[in-house]
Structures are given as structure tokens and as C-alpha cells.
Design a protein around this ligand. Structure first.
Ligand code: GTR
Length: 331
């Protein structure tokens, strides 16, 4: 990433932090600022835009909010801090990089913890979602609704992945969380934690050989142009959170809180539908662009290699064990 870009992003965040402080003291009712890593056409962005449009419409402009798309407010780990401090008012975060801040959320970053996307919906829309929301609130974050991010699979510039051995020695970018480093190491690869915005260049120049993500992100970032093999391993299903600064939330009247929650949850229903459509469309588009896709036949071999990751996770955060049991108890 060019240095100038990162300096600008950091400067921008500092300005928003100052504004956030002013509004937190109640001196001005400023427009809420939203962080989003995705391009405007992405399902997450569309869900967020619907949420902010409706918020303004339903309050006759009394509550206004604007999302800054495409990661212009900085990387996700920085943005999580900014949301906690109030420099950013709301965001959609993938729960992967949330683990270092809210350890309980690591449960959804455990490989193969959900059986499929529907299983993750039943868990997140029930007891698991409640438990994670409580844990996030302890860190200054109000979880409003859970968005979809499908399932993540491996892709790279070298070869199709069929067995864990195919990853041996491969340099793989991961999101910022030790669990993902452990996951790649357990499969024999070399993990490099890196910001989303840096992955394209790193793949292009060979700093990394591969990465892992869902089809819509693989397509929207252009990674498919520089990593021609996509292997459907579906090793991670990590939900995303539409969340708010907790102090901002607490400053709202009960009526406004009910409205914000209603709109956030309606936006998630819409986003999940858009997700399903864009997932299928992205897969077709990358196939048309020449990406070679293979279905991993023996996912159990990958799953079997994950015991050290679970052990590490339970050792560091014992509270994860009952949460895994909770997920397993959900049909
Ligand atoms: C995407 C996710 C982003 C970000 C990204 C990544 O699927 O929606 O929030 O976490 O993956 O790999 O960094």
C-alpha cells in the first residue's frame, strides 16, 4: 500500500475521532460516520446504504448517517478501535479480526465450527448471537444485526489445493488473528497476516502465493486476476456484525433504539438475500474470467488437521469451549 494513502487514512480517522468526541458530549447532533471495507456494489455496502437511507427517511432527517465505503477510513483492526472510542459511529465488521479485541468472538473463527451457512444463521440469530453481543458490549460495541459473509476457501497462483499437503510451504495471507496463523501452520503453510487492501499487490508480486476468502470478495478485489486457482474448501464460515459505538447507542431514546434495531435487522435480512445472489454471480464471473475451480473432495482431511488450532484457542480463552458446545447443540 502506498505510504501516502495510509497517512491520509490515519489523518482522516484522527479528524473523525475529534468530531466523535464533540458529539459524544452532546454539543452537536452530527451525521453518524460508518466504516465499510467493501466497494459500493457489494452486498454489505448495499445493506448499509439501505440502513442509512431508511434511518434518515423514518426520522425526517433528525438522525442521519453516511457510510464511507472501500476502506477509506483505514484497516479493520484500526477501525474496531475507532468504533470503540467513538471516532466512527457504526460499521460492518467481519468477526475474524474481532477476536483480538473480544475473545469470545473467536468461536466463529474456528475452522469448520459451523456445518453450513444455515447452521450459522440458526446460531447467530439465537443464543450464540446473544452471547457474542454481550461480550462485545463489554468492549464498548453494540451489535445490531448479523450479516453474511458466506464461506471462505483457499485460492492461489500456483496450483489447485486438494489435500492439506498441497498447501505445504505455500505463503498464505490471513486476516489479523493468531487463530488463522495457527490454521495455516497446522496445514503446513506459512501464514502472513495482512490488511485486506494489501492482498492484491502481494499476490501480484509474489509476496504471498495465496489467500482465502469467499467468492464475492475474491471477485470484487480483483484477486482472481492474480490468483488463478480457487479450491472450494469452505474451512471458515465467519459472520459479520453491523455494530455501533455503545455510548452513541446509549445516548439514543428508547424509541430511537427500537427504530435503529428494526432497521439494522431488516437490512441484514436484505443483505443475506443479496449475499446468496452475489455469491452465485461472483462464482460464475470468475469462472468466465478463466479461474480454475475445484471442489475439495476430502474436507475431513483438513478438518482433522485442525485439532492444534482448537487446543490453542481453548488454552488461551477457556470461555470458547462452552460456546463451541453451544454451536454443536444447535441443529
Ligand atoms: C471479507 C470480509 C471483510 C474482510 C475480508 C478480509 O470476506 O467481508 O470484512 O474481513 O474478507 O479477508 O480481510
Amino acid at each position: 500500500m502506498p505510504l501516502a494513502w495510509s497517512r491520509r487514512a490515519v489523518g482522516g480517522v484522527a479528524v473523525f475521532a475529534a468530531l466523535g468526541f464533540l458529539t459524544a458530549t452532546g454539543t452537536a447532533q452530527a451525521e453518524w460516520r460508518g466504516w465499510n471495507i467493501h466497494v459500493p456494489e457489494y452486498s454489505v455496502s448495499q445493506g448499509m446504504d439501505w440502513f442509512t437511507d431508511e434511518l434518515a427517511a423514518r426520522t425526517d432527517g433528525r438522525l442521519t448517517a453516511r457510510t464511507f465505503h472501500s476502506g477509506v477510513l483505514g484497516s479493520q483492526p484500526d477501525a474496531i478501535e475507532q468504533l470503540r472510542l467513538g471516532g466512527i459511529d457504526f460499521a460492518v465488521f467481519n468477526l475474524g479480526p474481532m477476536g483480538p479485541v473480544v475473545p469470545e468472538t473467536n468461536v466463529v473463527s474456528l475452522p469448520f465450527v459451523f456445518r453450513d451457512l444455515e447452521h450459522s444463521h440458526r446460531a447467530m440469530d439465537g443464543a450464540l448471537g446473544e452471547a457474542l453481543a454481550e461480550a462485545m458490549a463489554r468492549e464498548g460495541l453494540k451489535a445490531l444485526a448479523w450479516y453474511d459473509s458466506g464461506s471462505r476457501s483457499f485460492y492461489n497462483s500456483q496450483r489447485p489445493i486438494n489435500t492439506p499437503a498441497d498447501l505445504r510451504g505455500m505463503k498464505v495471507r490471513v486476516m489479523n488473528n493468531d487463530l488463522f496463523v495457527g490454521m495455516i501452520e497446522a496445514l503446513g503453510g506459512n501464514a502472513t497476516p495482512m490488511a485486506f487492501s494489501e492482498v492484491y499487490q502481494s499476490l501480484r508480486t509474489g509476496v504471498v502465493d495465496g489467500a482465502e476468502n469467499n467468492f464475492p470478495s475474491f471477485q470484487s478485489t480483483g484477486h482472481f486476476e492474480v490468483a488463478g486457482y480457487y479450491s472450494i474448501s469452505e474451512h471458515l464460515i465467519i459472520p459479520e456484525c453491523l455494530c455501533m459505538n455503545l455510548r452513541r447507542w446509549n445516548s439514543l431514546s428508547a424509541e430511537d433504539q427500537a427504530l435503529v434495531l428494526e432497521l439494522a435487522q431488516a437490512s441484514a435480512v436484505m443483505q443475506r438475500e443479496l449475499w446468496a445472489e452475489s455469491d452465485a454471480a461472483a462464482m460464475e464471473a470468475v469462472i468466465a474470467a478463466g479461474v480454475r475451480i475445484n471442489e475439495v473432495e476430502d474436507k475431513a482431511a483438513f478438518q482433522a488437521a485442525m485439532s492444534p488450532v482448537y487446543e490453542m484457542a481453548f488454552q488461551r480463552n477457556p470461555e470458547l469451549e462452552p460456546l463451541v458446545e453451544l454451536i454443536q447443540s444447535i441443529e
